[in-house]
Design a binder for this molecule. Sequence first.
Ligand SMILES: Cc1cc2nc3c(=O)[nH]c(=O)nc-3n(C[C@H](O)[C@H](O)[C@H](O)COP(=O)(O)O)c2cc1C
Ligand code: SF4
Ligand code: SF4
Length: 247
Amino acid sequence: MILYFSGTGNSRYVAQKIAEISGDEVISINQRLKAQDYATISSDKPLVFVGPIYAGRLPRVMDEYIKKVNFMGTKRAYFIGTCAQTPWMTVQYVEKLCKEKSFALLGFNSVVMPQGYIAGGGIQPKDINDKILKEAEPKIVKIAETIRDKQTLPKEQPDKAIMSKVLNPIMYSMMISAKGFTATDKCTGCGKCEIRCPLNNVKLVNGKPSWGKECTHCMACIAGCPREAIEYGKKTQGKPRYYLGEK
Ligand SMILES: Cc1cc2nc3c(=O)[nH]c(=O)nc-3n(C[C@H](O)[C@H](O)[C@H](O)COP(=O)(O)O)c2cc1C
Ligand code: SF4
Ligand code: SF4
């Protein structure tokens, strides 16, 4: 059973690729969160959690979802983190989570994918993103084959602790907020941002999106807008968007 959380599509892509090769079923944590659905999940096959790395850990909303849900059947679990550079020390937090859930960890691996954090700064040009995606493919396939064969993932060397331990809580308290989002005149009121927000934090008011306080900076609204009609303060003006999948 593969469960993914994804804002800009990278982790969804990796989850779907693993499913293609392993034949496992896929569940979207985004949809579960949106529906506030914390129903028990049963699986005899190992659990495979795929999500982005946010400042050296799994997204809080994903961590909280896993903590809240009762998993029946298998207690074996893989964790895959997609990131733009490094997962830092995510593995330590994954190990902690597994201990709390009594999961036997079959390995944590990271996959470097295009940067999706437009509100945090740098989105790369399309040709660089295409190259990163191409280079990621063999690792994704290898991970998927390892999961299909129920083997343990190879150990990766964790990166420095400062991001995961010190900067992660700072990022959540200082940066993660929907305050900067606005819609421009390009908005057609299609409602895709409202549909995409996993936390129901975007609502159309008089045909234009309005943001509440429950934001995890997943970037699904701004990156997935087909009109590129969402900005985050001045930081995003004139910058390319990155979204993997159909907008
Ligand atoms: C809030 C936030 C924090 C991030 N922190 C990190 C990080 O610590 N290390 C890193 O390499 N990438 C970081 N990124 C980039 C994402 O991990 C990367 O783009 C990921 O593949 C996005 O996955 P998704 O498309 O499934 O949402 C961050 C992105 C966001 C939105
Ligand atoms: S997705 Fe874009 S165009 Fe559609 S309602 Fe939201 S801001 Fe407007
Ligand atoms: S408001 Fe946008 S960035 Fe925040 S959680 Fe919703 S979709 Fe993600």
